[in-house]
Design a protein around this ligand. Structure first.
Ligand code: FAD
Length: 313
């Protein structure tokens, strides 16, 4: 089935980038239609509790509440939200074709992609339920909550070293757990971490179990990858820094992506390699990955789409 109308703009993604793009395009009278996923409405911030670094909330704000506010604000100006996935996209023509999970094809002159990225998980029981209760994927977001705590960081790359170094400002101790014998991080990052008195390293080991008590993380069990011997590590913070994957598979082969799969844009604009297609938020950004930067580029994508449409009239 094809929806007969041709939309001015369709937004894909319901995180800070998508909702902000919807708010701006709605206020510009472009009547945006936003597809925000069937199972994960509101994006990454719905998986956390307190957000303390989004401006405008001096006492912090609950992640899901912040996302609900963003959605309501966009709807107030006429943005139409659909809690469904886009499962197919043909972005090459003048009119873009997007298919939802019911098989309906939606048509639009411009598309804003704000599908975000997913942190890689360890895949262990309790990992997700303890997110925001000791387990975290973002030191910038959550480090402040771990003042005086003993923390573990999992990973051996630049991100893990950066997280460990940043966390050592707050923590009593930081233990880096890496499953290989040597770090993958750049020498500069390694040296900075090695020079930090609060940071210690456990090599050739992986997290085998996450321990919980009273709904909070209380420790991990580590397994030696060579001997299989296990040992307990008492920590109240576990930061998982083993990478993240942009949700860009749908657009591969049509849009230019970088080697890690992030959508390439003509910065400082949000223009992708196809005219009329704009991208914002974590699906583009492997540097900052914050709610406020996602919202900022969502606003930029809306303005870029608006200007693109105006230039064609
Ligand atoms: P996302 O928020 O990831 O949203 C993308 C949405 O698009 C998702 O709902 C996804 O399901 C949907 N989607 C994907 N593909 C499709 C499709 N084909 N069709 C329809 N929908 C689709 N940042 C901070 O600034 N402060 C914090 O305190 C903070 N805490 C965090 C805590 C956790 C546990 C996590 C995981 C992240 C945290 N972040 C924090 C980072 C922040 O959440 C992200 O930087 C931000 O949400 C990125 O916004 P986004 O709009 O690009 O993508």
């Amino acid at each position: 089935m094809t929806d007969n109308s041709i939309r001015e703009v369709i937004v894909i993604g319901s995180g800070p980038a998508g909702y902000t793009a919807a708010l701006y395009t709605a206020r510009a009278q472009l009547k945006p239609l936003l597809f925000g996923s069937s199972i994960f409405v509101g994006g990454s911030l719905t998986t956390t509790t307190e957000v303390e670094n989004f401006p405008g909330f001096p006492d912090g704000v609950d992640g899901p509440v912040l996302m609900e506010h963003m959605r309501t604000q966009a709807e107030k100006f006429g943005a139409q939200m659909v809690d469904d996935d886009i499962i197919e996209a043909d972005l090459t023509g003048d009119i873009k074709l997007l298919t939802d999970s019911t098989g309906t094809v939606h048509r639009a002159r411009t598309v804003i992609i704000a599908t975000g990225s997913g942190y890689r998980k360890l895949g262990l029981p309790r990992e997700e339920e303890l997110s925001g209760r000791g387990v975290s994927w973002c030191a910038t977001c959550d480090g402040f909550f771990f003042k005086g705590h003993d923390i573990a960081v999992v990973g051996g790359g630049d991100t893990a070293m950066e997280e460990a170094t940043f966390l050592s400002r707050f923590a009593r101790s930081v233990t880096v757990i890496h499953r290989r014998s040597a770090l993958r991080a750049s020498k500069v990052m390694q040296n900075r971490a090695f020079a930090d008195d609060k940071i210690s390293f456990i090599f050739d080991s992986e997290v085998a179990e996450i321990k919980e008590s009273g709904g909070k993380l209380v420790g991990v069990v580590l397994r030696d990858v060579f001997t299989d011997a296990t040992r307990d590590l008492d920590v109240t913070g576990l930061f998982i820094a083993i990478g993240h994957d942009p949700r860009s598979e749908l657009f591969a082969g049509q849009l230019d992506l970088d080697s890690a799969g992030y959508i390439k844009v003509a910065a400082p604009s949000t223009r992708t390699s196809l005219p009329g297609v704009f991208a914002a938020g974590d699906v583009v950004d492997h540097t900052y990955r914050q709610a406020i930067t996602a919202a900022g580029t969502g606003a930029a994508a809306a303005l870029d789409a608006e200007r693109h449409l105006a230039a064609r009239k």
